[in-house]
Design a protein around this ligand. Structure first.
Ligand SMILES: [Zn+2]
Length: 194
């Protein structure tokens, strides 16, 4: 996947990476799912990149993250048996968190990314994660993305570094041409992207 982010959002993530004080838990909130996902991807590359100038997006580690095949990156998915888009506590524990205390395979750090965490994680799952977040093993990074961080438990939020992405405004729809303003209408109709 290629990373595409609004400039100011990209800067926020790069500043965090380059501060060299990466927190154990980060919440990325913002109204655009694409922007949240891209921001999380950039942060993961920054955390796992093997180059001096992080994130280079071209080293082996970065490429594996971008291709979704890095063995130290875990992205829990909703349980197939549950139709509501959530992950069951059992699957979260058995399939993912059971490996949290095991050393990373290739990188210096192990990453868990919970996309749309407000929908994916029920309260019981968040409470289970909280136990790890409170005293995280070394070299573990948790990233949660959500439209609004407030949808996550306050106890989780209080232990996380919050990044609020700047709003993405959808392109204005071409207004239907009111009969009295044909000029304005033709301008908006001719406005095409790229
Ligand atoms: Zn890299």
């Amino acid at each position: 996947m290629e990373i595409s982010l609004k400039k100011e959002n990209e800067k926020m993530i790069l500043d965090l990476i380059r501060s060299r004080r990466l927190p154990h838990t980060v919440i990325i909130e913002g109204d655009s799912k694409d922007e949240r996902d891209n921001a999380a991807m950039l942060l993961m590359c920054g955390a796992i990149c093997s180059s001096d100038d992080k994130p280079c997006l071209s080293c082996r580690a970065c490429k594996k993250v971008l291709e979704g095949i890095h063995p130290d990156v875990f992205i829990p998915k909703p349980s197939k048996k549950l139709k509501s888009g959530i992950i069951s506590l059992n699957e979260l524990r058995d399939d993912y968190l059971s490996q949290a205390s095991i050393k990373p395979n290739e990188a210096d750090i192990k990453i868990y990314l919970f996309t749309d965490a407000d929908r994916l994680l029920r309260e019981d799952s968040q409470n289970t994660l909280l136990k790890i977040i409170e005293e995280p093993p070394q070299n573990l990074l948790f990233i949660f993305t959500a439209e609004k961080a407030k949808a996550l438990l306050p106890t989780v939020r209080s232990r996380a570094h919050l990044i609020t992405l700047s709003r993405i405004f959808p392109m204005k729809r071409a207004r239907r041409s009111p009969p009295q303003s044909p000029t304005a209408s033709s301008i908006s109709m001719n406005t095409t992207c790229c």
